[in-house]
Design a protein around this ligand. Sequence first.
Ligand code: GTQ
Ligand code: FE2
Length: 349
Amino acid sequence: MSTRRFSHSDPELDELYSDLSTEHLQPLWELKGLLTPTPTVASVPHRWSAAQLRSLGERSGRLVGIDRGGDRRVLACANPGLGGAPYAVSSLWAAVQYLGPREVAPAHRHTPAALRFILEGSGVWTLVDGDPLAMSAGDLVLTPSWTFHEHHNPSDEPMLWMDVLDLPMVAALEAVFFEEGPSEDVERLTDPVSRSERSYGAPGLLPPPAERTTPTRHSPLLAYRWADTDRALARRLDVTGAGAATMTYVDPTTGRDVMPTMRCEAHCVVEGASSPRIRQTGSRVLTVFHGSGVAEVGEQRFDLGPGDILAIPSWVPWSLHAHERIDAFSTSDAPVLHALGLYREQEQP
Ligand code: GTQ
Ligand code: FE2
């Protein structure tokens, strides 16, 4: 057993290299590509098409029972630059999950945090630590790290949504834990307003400090409804007057990102307009909720329509151009980069 061996024409130096290898040591002066002027980025810009995601989700629904090969029927976006790893970008898992009529994805929890953005339909409830959260098109639903969650579809229609997890980051830090939990009775799930929304769901209004839930690392508000997001985007568009606006989903008690590892943003670009071309450290996955247009990511252009999922790797300039008004949702690892002092952003010409 030895580590990578370097060689040299000088026999003495070559012998040193041999001994270094035996001792599992490597000479920095022979190592290339470590301290690069700008980030080395493995993942590539890529788009998964909504039509494919939907039809392959449906086919999986017909062929694969919820109990076969795991409890969740999930198709993970695998970035072509990541050598077969089931990650959409290097730091984020993104996937579509398909839950058929009257199916249940049983309770469990894990240290990787998850969120769902619902692209179409309604009728599924996700229970997060026992709190039933209705899921409808345009909603963002959080399942923070180590919270028990389960998905119930008591309706007659299948439903498909997007999951994003910080799994690649938690796996890189070797801190993944998982456990199964007791599933709840589906009969309890009829209430459309969760406990979390009753206390934290009104803009600018909170229970008195002494009555708030013990602060955690994540937002106590676990569902962000499309009607609120839509109104916020419309008002913000009026203010910016720029034809494009972005709103960040935050913890209403702190103003910070909804979870410690992931930033969620809603974007809109009006017909004929473009969002600013920017590049940022950290990676992002974006999905289109409404509208159509083109995404420019680095040198590539992708036609975009509802339900498409787009991978935007670190430090690649990107912008959206709307043919019809685009509403989009994105998740990035920005809170991690900020926390570590690694966040950089540049507007590109
Ligand atoms: O819905 O609980 O896409 O545990 C990956 C892992 C979804 C989930 C994913 C999960 C889930
Ligand atoms: Fe899960």
